[in-house]
Ligand binder design. Sequence first.
Ligand code: SF4
Ligand code: SF4
Length: 438
Amino acid sequence: MTFDRKIEDVGLERGVSRLTPERIETTIRSVLEGETGAKLKVYAETCMHCGLCSEACHYYMSHDGDPTYSPAGKVQQTLGEILRKNCKVDGEFVYQMAQIAYTECNLCRRCVHFCPVGIDTGYIMSTMRRICHKLGVTPQYIQDTAHSHSATMNQMWLKDDEWIDTLQWQEDEARDELPDLRIPIHKEGADIYYSVIAPEPKFRTQLIYQAAYIFNVAGVDFTMPADPGWDNSDMCMFSGDFEMMGRLKKRHFESALDLKCKRIVMGECGHAFRSIYDNGNRWDGWDMYPIEVIHSVEFFWDLISSGKIKIAEKFKEPITIHDPCNIIRGRGLMEQSRKLAHALCENVVEMTPNLEHNYCCAAGGGVINCGPPFKNVRMTGNRVKAEQLKATGVKTILAPCHNCHGGLEDLVHYYELGMDIKFFGDLIYELMEKPEVE
Ligand code: SF4
Ligand code: SF4
């Protein structure tokens, strides 16, 4: 297989320029021998090259069946080559491995469902990223975000007082609509510790406003932390910096435990949820997390099914529902998301395929966070999603994940689909019965 699609990236270029043959070999061996076990060995030895995983992958489908984009093809070009060459690969190979692992796989794990022996290509690509991280060969944009999070405990480099100011600003704004509204900050013993990803206070403050409004009307006893730890996002998980991932997740859990909250409710994000229920917690040595964690989809459904939030009028226009991999394939919330969608909307049009077989947004797995150099990879690599969206014939998409929003918005513009994308919080706030204010 030839690799003829190299994209220039400052982080990858600089990283490779610092490598020596010895460093490459030692580092690869340290990861393969020290951090992987039977799982990777079984995956490497049991692939039958049957190609059944190929059509699972949106990159393969969107590139008209180019085998270099199939899951097994990507494994062959990375781990396969390492094993064939007994870890003696050069810098140019490392660049290619990084580009494939970071920007041509969303770690969405759709292919696992299609492989007859259950090979998890997402896990293999994560391991390739881990090697690249340890070699210092990572795309610049995602590394910048990982650095920001490492240095300030939030990926957007918000200062501690800016975070508090933003919460108080949203409380002030919302009081015009609901005079008694409060966003309790750093309250001990609350039922709910509400955490968000750092782009919410930075770019999407209306989501904090809406959540606060919904929680106040529903009478939820909640708090948001004042201390670092409030940002539940996790680019370190995707860059392969698992040490930092562990540190960040520990702080997130500990800030909820310090406040003696009963459970964590996470905003509408998928990757952050994955890092809490699957990756970060395990790296920290918790088989299960030390405090109950639920996603907004589950929490919103609780509020609506228990009657704490009533819907005044359902959304009338046809709407379709996207299935973010980390909360649907990863966590099985398809039933709650459907119940919620039908409670809010008159006409839910399902995508084909849907539920755990839905196509990926192509933004997740850190791919959108690799920045502008790789934007075209995401767009051309996900033509099938654009076609799937168009085939629904509707103009509105429900997507309970920040990464999916970013990816779907880009697709909508690139393929001129003329669609609008909403969070569940957007719809609940828009459609709920609101108390009258004099
Ligand atoms: S993008 Fe998804 S389907 Fe494609 S190889 Fe990666 S995990 Fe598998
Ligand atoms: S479906 Fe599984 S066994 Fe077949 S080529 Fe893909 S990874 Fe290998």
